[in-house]
Design a protein around this ligand. Sequence first.
Ligand code: C2O
Ligand code: CU
Length: 462
Amino acid sequence: LNRRSLLKASALLGTAGAAGLLAGRFGLPATAFAAAAPVEMKARAIEVDITGKGATRGMMTYGEGPVPPVLRARQGEAFAARLVNALEEPTTIHWHGVRVPVGMDGVPLLSQPYVYPGDGFDYAFTPPDAGTFWYHPHCNTLEQMGRGLAGMLIVEGKDDPVFDAEIPLMLRDWRLGGDGQFIAPFKARDAAKAGTYGTLRTANWQKEPQIDAPAGGLVRLRLLAADVTRIYTMQLEGAQATVIAIDGNPVPRRFALDTLMVGPGQRLDLALRMPDAEGAIARLMDIRGSQPKPIASFRATGPSLRRAPGDLGPLTANPVPAFDASAAASLDMKLSATAETAPKTSICGTLGYTFWAINNVAWSGDTDPTAPLAELKQGRSYRIRLANPTPHAHPIHLHGMNFVVLSSSARPVQSFVTDTWLMLPDEQVELGLVADNPGDWVFHCHIIEHQKSGMTTYLRVV
Ligand code: C2O
Ligand code: CU
């Protein structure tokens, strides 16, 4: 899969908004997106040479492909996508981080029926928030995401500042053997710990892509951690970047990127100031683990635009409801490695193990739901006291609503709005939630092996 084939594929995607795949193209991506006509998202099998050793069989993608499209929507305007299931198993699409009505949330057994092979499902919603979001299946997720089903959804804000370029990067690994073919998606002993890692790292399905960007320009780098397991510690070499948004929402106070952990499911928006000298390289690194690993690099081209990060106005604000600390009810939640109940087998991806639990109940999200962990009153504020007494990190994600991070026992936090919080080992946090979206909303670890072996629950808002 070389850059030329990506460009060709992007051209084919037309109004699905593939501009995000055009790494190396200057200026803002095309925004011609007809909301009235749904984007067709055909989930299907594909074979692509991502290793350089020949095609990998049994990959999955959406749309004309090869890489699932970067979808674009506008804040406050109707968006529609039609899922067509050309796979040989049921699937759904979940719009991660987008505050959708519950019927559009894509969780089988809880918010929508399975979409069986040959069937389709129409998703339609009006995204209230601008920012970087994503989509992925919520059925047999380890397998389906592991084989390729995941992509970025960019919701453009009306008042977003103009950047000199925009580069969406979807980061993910593949679990392939030496012959470039898929190997078992997990090892039980790893699922019971940090999760099973892939063997090939990619950004936009490419190994360490090098992407051109205007010298001295300000680039909006939209990073999506779409891997099923890997937590990154991001660092930039050869350039400066400012953190402008986390998980789709503008940060209250921008700060220079030093190192930042980003867990599965999370997004990081950076204003990258490209080096002035033509040909100079800035490199995004993952410094977690013993060996720093390059993720992607950015090559300065053309005469320097000499931009300053201060030139950027604020991002479009999102209309998130205000948490009311004085009226908030408390909710205690504990992530744990001890389960009292075990899931039954299902058709949608239970691993067959219960290693993890929330409040001692293990549910994989694939079997008929157990009772909700709590029933919340619509419009009321809740203070979630969440504890992680395990020795592993857990990126915890809530569907349908955002929460604000109030405090952490492990680190200083600015109180930003998010949908996924990376719980460190032994960390305790307080999260502020306004229960403003009626329905049943999954709350789970986004390390998919943890999710599928018990670290899943749901909240009911009535
Ligand atoms: Cu990104 Cu329940 O998922
Ligand atoms: Cu976890």
